[in-house]
Design a protein around this ligand. Sequence first.
Ligand code: ATR
Length: 273
Amino acid sequence: MDRYLVFGHPVRHSKSPFIHTLFARQTQQELEYGLAEPAVDEFAQALRTFFAQGGKGCNVTVPFKEQAFTLVDRLSPRAKRAGAVNTIKLTDDGVLLGDNTDGAGLVADLKSHGVTLGDSRILLLGAGGAARGALAPLLAELPSELVIANRTHAKAQQLAAEFCDLGPVTAQTYEQLAGPFDLVINSTSASLQGELPPLAPALIHTDIAIYDMMYGASDTAFISWAKQHGARQTMDGLGMLVEQAAEAFTVWRGIRPGTKQVLRELKRNLGVI
Ligand code: ATR
């Protein structure tokens, strides 16, 4: 049977095996999908061993995405832009192809929630790996403006400079931000520590869409905060998780699984509904 897995550290709580097992059942593909948690300095060796032993493809998550970028034979254009690899496929001619489906997953999830990206003003919070992966797919949707704000302003400036050939992207400090924005995407890891990015509450209004790439059994700190200040449409990163997985599954198997039912089952599994 064709073998796939996700590399990460820690990875025990990953939902990827659950999601891909449902995709395989739904599309009647014969495959198995597992977990691998190599020591941080043993990822390269673990990856080589997996493919030497017949593995067909893998996902890569924290903290190995940047290292995976350097280990594959060939990169997709979107992985090259993202500077990170979350999906690897062994091609029929034995080439390890590195791809990145995170940004496509974000855009697919936003669209599935009915969020309009074309001609919109988007505020992207954070300038780390998650922001970098999102930029090209967001700019491809032709927003009127995309502003990056980051605690360390220099990193936002660097990202804006790197992507300004793709669209109207600028960097502003949190203090400089002036609304109204149509959509705020939180790509910071602040919610992990229960912290908030230092965003002025005045930027939140009833018609704004709020997206937090993080997710949990209950609202993230950022989503709770945005709701308190009047945001009516809030979304967490669970949908993005399922959509990036669907994109990876499509890369491997050439068949696109449906995501709605899988997302519902995942929510049930997490105790969200
Ligand atoms: P990832 O790969 O998930 O993007 P990362 O590269 O470590 O992770 O980036 C984390 C991002 O969250 C950074 O933009 C970081 O801001 P700095 O560049 O200033 O470090 C941001 N971040 C983390 N904690 C934050 C907090 N409490 N408030 C605001 N931004 C925060």
